[in-house]
Design a protein around this ligand. Structure first.
Ligand SMILES: Cc1cc2nc3c(=O)[nH]c(=O)nc-3n(C[C@H](O)[C@H](O)[C@H](O)COP(=O)(O)OP(=O)(O)OC[C@H]3O[C@@H](n4cnc5c(N)ncnc54)[C@H](O)[C@@H]3O)c2cc1C
Length: 321
């Protein structure tokens, strides 16, 4: 069986085991979350040895060239020597503000110690320390000078619990990234845009909508934000004001259940959209949030006429044990 060398120790991999699982089994503290090759939390650097192609799939060229790889999907055929990633992948940042947007959504603002290029809608991996990292979508625009994240509180959640209870303005953290392809690409300015998010799936869309408007997008932009109950909707007044100020922007909040009527639609978000836009040929779509909903909506957008290349999605995969 191949072995993985980390620091001064070498660990033999079991049949079918990933580098991440072998390190964790031997008590090495490696940050990780989705364990599906998606969130990027377990990024490591190969110093010596052959990496399977899958372990570097989707990484930036510069990271691939430096031997960076995702430990959770790395099952090497031969011995591998690995190390932590360098400063080109992770930068120091400081939390500057924490504001509650709802009872269970926290707006986290950070500034980076060094220039950090990103597109609104991409995601960063936030490191509390070397052992705890989670990915969050970027809601801010680069010119705002801050990274804004919207973090939903998860019961017993390691990162969200820490952000709610312990982190404060001035707390130092590290950021890795940016990653992901879910952002507004300039061009085709007359194309209709459809943006759908539930819960904190609004975070990337809040960045993407403002980026599209700032880039001079002329086509209609339809933003749908869904929640289970009205208390789960957030930034509603601000988005309604943005829609009032931009003739091509429509903002539609919706909830699954409500005791009294309000400024929102009631019912499943996919049904509300299908009734309003049964045909979507030639549109561009953005879908973010709960993985099952993202999967279902991607399929529905495709069946309604949006080309696969025009469907941008980010599924907020939870951590796996
Ligand atoms: C690309 C990407 C982008 C993301 N963007 C955002 C974002 O913008 N905002 C945001 O709030 N989150 C986002 N997430 C999810 C985020 O990374 C964390 O998974 C989430 O904050 C929970 O982390 P935690 O440490 O608080 O909970 P954990 O300690 O990871 O989880 C505690 C327990 O709850 C379970 N759990 C975790 N999340 C859920 C869930 N949603 N539903 C049910 N059970 C769950 C876990 O499996 C575990 O058993 C994103 C994820 C990915 C992969």
């Amino acid at each position: 069986m191949p072995a993985v060398q980390y620091g001064s120790c070498s660990y033999e991999l079991k049949q079918g085991e990933s580098v991440l699982d072998a390190l964790l089994r031997n008590g090495v503290a490696v940050a990780h979350a989705c364990k599906a090759g998606s969130c990027g939390s377990c990024l490591l650097r190969a110093v010596e040895g052959e990496l399977p192609a899958r372990a570097q799939a989707g990484l930036k060229d510069a990271w691939r060239a430096r031997g960076y790889f995702l430990a959770c999907v790395c099952q090497p055929e031969g011995d591998l020597t690995v190390a932590a990633v360098g400063n080109d992948a992770r930068i120091a940042a400081t939390i500057t503000a924490l504001d509650r947007l709802t009872h269970d959504v926290l707006r986290v603002r950070l500034v980076c110690d060094a220039p950090f290029d990103f597109r609104p809608g991409q995601y960063v991996t936030l490191f509390r320390d070397n052992a705890l990292a989670r990915s969050y979508s970027i809601a801010s625009l680069p010119e705002e000078g801050v990274i804004e994240l919207h973090v939903r509180r998860i019961p017993n959640g390691s990162m969200s619990g820490w952000l709610y209870q312990e982190a404060c303005a001035g707390t130092p953290v590290h950021l890795q990234g940016p990653s992901g392809e879910c952002f507004y690409a300039p061009g085709r300015e007359d194309q209709p845009l459809l943006l759908i998010g539930t819960g904190t799936g609004l975070a990337p869309l809040y960045g993407i909508v403002r980026d599209a408007l700032k880039s001079g997008h002329r086509g209609p932009i339809h933003l749908f934000h869904g929640a289970v109950r009205p208390a789960g909707l957030y930034l509603g007044e601000e988005l309604a004001a943005m829609a009032a100020a931009n003739a091509n922007l429509t903002y539609t909040p919706s909830v699954l259940e409500a005791d009294v009527p309000g400024p929102f639609e009631v019912g499943p978000i996919d049904g509300i959209i299908a009734r309003r836009f049964p045909k979507l040929d030639g549109w561009r779509g953005f879908v973010c949030g709960d993985p099952a909903l993202v999967q279902m909506l991607k399929k529905k957008l495709f069946l309604s006429g949006i080309a696969v290349r025009d469907i941008n999605a980010d599924a907020f995969l939870p951590s796996a044990s």
